[in-house]
Design a binder for this molecule. Structure first.
Ligand code: MD3
Ligand code: FE
Length: 217
């Protein structure tokens, strides 16, 4: 793995990096819609504010989150699941804005998953110092559908592991506007995020925000 393959930080262009048979990193893919994403996330957060959910074990998640779309991912003492109503407000989650669903569909198609229609968008916010420990995503009904992830704001190092928790993880830097599509054989890999370094992003401030689009129902 050469550093320059990953070093498109200062280049406004896009590039594509194949991480596995079902996983593709599309560097800068969200750049054309980055300002619209910022506006839409702000509107979603006005309706469904950031919160720190409880883990099933009773701890407060350090990552703050919210959702939009027909289904939203929640965690509480009863476990992890997708629900149509925001438990904080009793209202349905904000609708998935067209600019977000189009971005997810376009990225999936670019990675070979034509016809991806997400029904859930989990929005994670990492303050500097916040990490996400290694886990698998298996709360979705159809594990054949891909997941599309959009990184915004501060850069972070993504951990891309294997099929077992103890497998060595590859470290992949993710920057503002990078999009990753995970499907096929790579869908159930363990993954996580190293503590986000201190910093200040021009649009997003001292935060990394990640959108994950899924077919959850
Ligand atoms: C690889 N979020 O919300 S997105 C999560 O940056 C989550 O907020 C991280 O892991 C974040 O569950 C990583 C990238 C991602 C999402 C799902 C995957 C990578 C994945 C599923 C399988 C393999
Ligand atoms: Fe995950």
């Amino acid at each position: 793995m050469t550093a320059d393959l990953f070093d498109t930080d200062e280049s406004p262009g896009e590039s594509r990096l194949v991480l596995g048979t079902g996983a593709v990193l599309l560097r800068g893919f969200a750049r054309p819609v980055a300002a619209a994403l910022h506006e839409q996330v702000a509107a979603i957060v006005r309706q469904a504010p950031w919160r720190h959910m409880a883990t099933p074990g009773g701890r407060r998640m350090s990552v703050a989150n919210t959702n939009c779309g027909a289904l939203g991912w929640v965690s509480d003492a009863r476990g992890y699941r997708y629900v149509p109503v925001d438990p904080s407000s009793g209202e349905p989650w904000p609708t998935l804005p067209a600019v977000l669903s189009a971005l997810a569909g376009d990225a999936a198609a670019e990675a070979g998953f034509a016809g991806f229609v997400p029904d859930a968008c989990l929005i994670n916010r990492y303050a500097p110092g916040t990490r996400l420990s290694l886990h698998q995503d298996r709360d979705e009904r159809d594990l054949h559908a891909p997941i599309v992830s959009v990184s915004l704001g501060l850069s972070a190092t993504f951990l891309w592991g294997g099929m077992s928790r103890g497998d060595r993880a590859l470290r992949v830097p993710l920057h503002h506007a990078d999009v990753v599509v995970w499907g096929g054989e790579d869908r159930l890999r363990f993954h996580g995020v190293l503590p986000v370094p201190q910093g200040e992003h021009a649009e997003w401030g001292a935060a990394r925000v990640n959108l994950t689009f899924r077919k959850a129902g």
